[in-house]
Design a protein around this ligand. Structure first.
Ligand SMILES: Nc1ncnc2c1ncn2[C@@H]1O[C@H](COP(=O)(O)OP(=O)(O)OP(=O)(O)O)[C@@H](O)[C@H]1O
Ligand SMILES: [Mg+2]
Length: 495
């Protein structure tokens, strides 16, 4: 059963005659209110007021009732058990003490009768003078069950139309999870768009649903939607991190909740530059089949989109609405740090901590940090992130994997390379540096109209010094910091 409906019921049972329901989904809520009316009043008697039509009773119009004051008078005078549902009334309350007065009268009159007033609106505006009399309920977006029903109906109608549905049970569930965070209308449209004109329904169509979500996010300009492109196979080494992520593949599923698991909150990866922190964040989304959004903290602070703390808060709300999803906050220390002195960053930190603690949406945070010493202790406290991973320079075995990945990615024939030897001589090189060497070598080869060979790589290695050598001290510091505070992302230790 939908939580919000239970909340409304509780309000009515507690003798609360006026409830404000905040939602964009009028049709869906009217459906719920009909059922609730039957249950509480044992009869269906619903008056609905809309600014352009006025009042109607069980769908038949009452003439001359467009003026809200008139409609409220009719409600006051009605001598029967009824639900009065007023749409779009809130915005009129801003400048109308007369209407506010009328609503207070309703409160007094309805209190011991079987009459109930519902104010429906997409925002939660309410004059302060009415806050005591009215319960505000933020109506939840459709839950898993509602969406599952919708999806099942869609698939059934496809099958009836002779279209093959080739989805396993798990894939069906993926289709349901994919529309979580959308309104029922939006979910309906997303299914329409991805199923329409198809000969058969298969898991690949889920992409279109992710694109729908992307449209929603684009309205928010500090968030960027990233198409899933990388998989686990693109990341060399880091076995412990991979294992952690694999085990949580179904972390946001209904089964996980039923099994008694809390939904995961997020991970923080920290460590040496160029070793795969950003890469890992991108991979989570593909692996878990969730859309990926990146929050650009520099844009948040730029002021382009408004006051930083407001923009930040609004973006997190937007994320709540597109859940389940992965929110990637790269180099979190540049945005959320207590070392900056201006007020907005400490307010942002405060907001973020509260949100981390309290949000109920299925948003997984993938945060990365280079300068972990800049991060406030509160953020690192146990229980904020599910795990803090330390990504060190790749070990010898890991470098072998990284060579293999990047050489094959660029169509080089592996049999032409002594991978173990390459790994041996690149001690202290980061994944990103190894990749860059392969790219530079390929430019050399390309200029000479031939394939890349091992000698190209050796020459470059001989002429360059990896960052880790020049930054030895810093790396030592990071390692010792990480020693007690983070989990190494790899089990292997042989550099
Ligand atoms: N373990 C790895 N396996 C495969 N490729 C890697 C690995 N680590 C780094 N790379 C390559 O290096 C690139 C840069 O790595 P990435 O951006 O993830 O590093 P980072 O840890 O986020 O560094 P920075 O601190 O500079 O942001 C990746 O896109 C990838 O191509
Ligand atoms: Mg990075």
């Amino acid at each position: 059963m939908n939580q919000s409906i239970n909340q409304i019921k509780d309000s009515l049972l507690a003798g609360q005659p006026i409830v404000q329901i905040v939602s964009f989904e009028e049709k869906r809520i009217e459906g719920f209110l009909k059922k609730l009316c039957q249950q509480t009043l044992k009869t269906l008697n619903i008056y609905t007021w809309e600014s352009h039509n006025g009042l109607s009773r069980n769908d038949s119009m009452i003439p001359d009732s467009k003026e809200p004051a008139v409609a409220l008078d009719i409600a006051l005078a009605a001598n029967e058990a009824a639900f009065f549902v007023f749409k779009d009334l809130n915005s009129r309350l801003r400048h109308s003490p007369g209407l506010i007065r009328k609503i207070r009268e309703c409160y007094l009159h309805f209190k011991n009768s079987k009459k109930f007033l519902f104010l429906l609106s997409p925002d939660d505006y309410l004059p302060t003078t009415l806050k005591k009399e009215i319960d505000i309920i933020n109506f939840e977006l459709p839950d898993y069950e509602e969406l599952e029903n919708l999806c099942a109906k869609f698939l059934e109608s496809m099958e009836k139309a002779g279209i093959q549905v080739q989805l396993s049970g798990e894939e069906k569930r993926n289709f349901v999870t994919a529309v979580q965070g959308l309104t029922l209308d939006e979910a309906y449209k997303a299914y329409m768009k991805s199923f329409q004109g198809q000969q058969r329904i298969h898991i690949g169509l889920i992409e279109k649903i992710h694109l729908e979500k992307k449209q929603l996010i684009l309205k928010e300009n500090v968030l960027e939607f990233l198409s899933p492109a990388l998989t686990l196979a693109d990341m060399g080494g880091l076995d412990k991190l991979k294992d952690w992520l694999m085990k949580r593949k179904k972390a946001f599923s209904k089964e996980a909740r039923e099994f008694g698991l809390d939904k995961p909150k997020g991970i923080l990866t920290m460590g040496v530059t160029g070793c795969g922190k950003s890469l890992a964040s991108k991979i989570i989304a593909t692996l878990w089949n969730l859309p990926l959004f990146r929050m650009d903290m520099n844009l948040v602070y730029s002021g382009i989109a408004g006051a930083p703390e407001e923009v930040f808060a609004r973006s997190l709300k937007t994320m709540d609405s597109v859940a389940p999803a992965v929110l990637w906050i790269d180099e979190i220390e540049s945005g959320i740090s207590d070392k900056q002195t201006d007020g907005s960053s400490s307010r942002i930190l405060g907001y973020f901590l509260t949100w981390m603690q309290e949000h109920t949406s299925e948003i997984f945070i993938a945060a990365t940090a280079n300068r972990i010493d800049l991060l406030p202790a509160e953020l690192l406290r146990r229980g904020r992130f599910d795990q803090i991973f330390f990504i060190d320079l790749p070990t010898r075995k890991e470098r072998e994997e990284i060579f293999t990945i990047h050489l094959t990615k660029r169509d080089n024939d592996l049999s032409q390379y002594n991978i173990p030897q390459l790994a041996q001589i690149t001690k202290n090189w980061s994944g990103s540096e190894i990749e860059q060497v392969i790219i530079s070598g390929m430019y050399e080869a390309f200029a000479e109209n031939r394939k890349l060979n091992e000698d190209d790589l050796f020459v470059i290695f001989g002429n360059s010094v990896p960052l880790a050598t020049t930054m030895e001290e810093q790396i030592k510091k990071v390692r010792s910091w990480a020693h007690n505070r983070a989990v190494r992302a790899s089990t292997d230790k042989e550099y």
